[in-house]
Design a protein around this ligand. Structure first.
Ligand code: ZN
Length: 309
């Protein structure tokens, strides 16, 4: 059995974002508090006792407080059920939460060498000493089995794969510590319970759905997928910024070759958007956009949603 908890579904900034007065953020602060959402991350477990995070968002401390499954075991003076963190990219909203895990509990970080190079290059992450926090390189298309704290196998198989995307935006125009953009900047994950064969996909950043990706995910029981923007130019149209979704490495939900169209007919039992920017009108439950995505079989999860496979 696999248990999955959505810790947060929002893109960078969350909902509401501290400095934003867009319609979604204003509603989240006033009449629509149920759309308040922290920045995207999930936790998953096979045994309910040991959990792995996919990415460590800047909201991690708040997410851990709000998630009983991740509280220290009763009676333990120091303990965390979190056995590891798997990083799918080096963006701030994927790695900043690591700094909230610095109080000496052991866990492992699993990341591509390109992301590990970013951590190594930023000395603030040295607060996570190698003695307690092992940094374990993962490779594209090489399945691995995360370890339990005592070193025994977890019974979970994680297969990282490359998806169309781009490197961390704060490194744009700067030298990446591991060289030019390449495979490993943006990973998708296939996460499986080895005993039951149940599995799901985590693809929270993706610039386009290629035929290869369609073939990979066809028929999957569950896919978490990039829901950053409803339409490619929505930040520009709303006067919130100059970047398109594509320029940030994110596909749009709607439109030709958008996520909704691309997933139609792929026979995926449960489709869940993650990493949804606060500019995206689909946050609003009464919006045409929300109705359209739900009509197409998609969901936007609230923080704390647990899914069992
Ligand atoms: Zn906003």
């Amino acid at each position: 059995m696999l248990r999955i908890v959505v810790l947060g579904a929002a893109a960078g900034g969350g909902v509401p974002q501290w400095n934003c007065g867009c319609p979604v953020c204003v509603k989240a602060r006033s009449e629509d508090p149920e759309i308040v959402s922290t920045q995207a991350s999930i936790a998953f477990s096979r045994d309910g006792a040991h959990w792995y995070l996919v990415n460590a968002s800047p909201d991690l401390r708040q997410q851990l407080i709000a998630t009983p499954q991740l509280h220290p075991a009763k009676g333990r003076l120091r303990h965390s059920p979190i056995a590891g963190v798997i990083l799918t990219n080096g963006e701030i909203d994927a790695v900043a939460g690591l700094l909230s895990m610095r109080e000496g509990s052991p866990f492992s970080i699993y990341a591509h060498p390109r992301v590990l190079a970013i951590l190594k290059d930023n000395s603030i992450f040295n607060v996570l000493g190698e003695k307690n926090v092992a940094r374990r390189p993962i490779e594209v298309e090489k399945p691995f089995e995360p370890a339990l704290p005592d070193g025994s196998p977890s019974g979970i198989e994680v297969q990282p794969f490359e998806v169309p995307g781009k490197g961390a935006w704060y490194l744009e125009g700067k030298a990446h510590p591991a060289g030019a953009d390449g495979a490993g900047d943006t990973l998708g994950l296939r996460i499986a319970d080895k005993a039951s064969g149940q599995y799901f996909y985590f693809i929270a950043a993706c610039a386009r759905v290629t035929d290869e990706l369609k073939g990979r995910i066809r028929g999957a029981p569950l896919v978490f997928f990039d829901g950053t923007v409803w339409r490619d130019d929505e930040l520009i149209a709303a006067g919130l910024g100059q970047k398109t979704g594509q320029s940030m490495g994110h596909i749009s939900m709607s439109g030709d070759h958008g996520a909704i169209e691309s997933f139609a007919g792929l026979d995926i039992a449960r489709k869940v958007f993650l990493h949804i920017n606060n500019s995206n009108p689909a946050w609003l439950k009464a919006s045409d956009e929300r109705k359209a995505l739900e009509h197409a079989g998609w969901q936007i999860p609230v923080d704390g949603t647990e899914i069992t496979l």
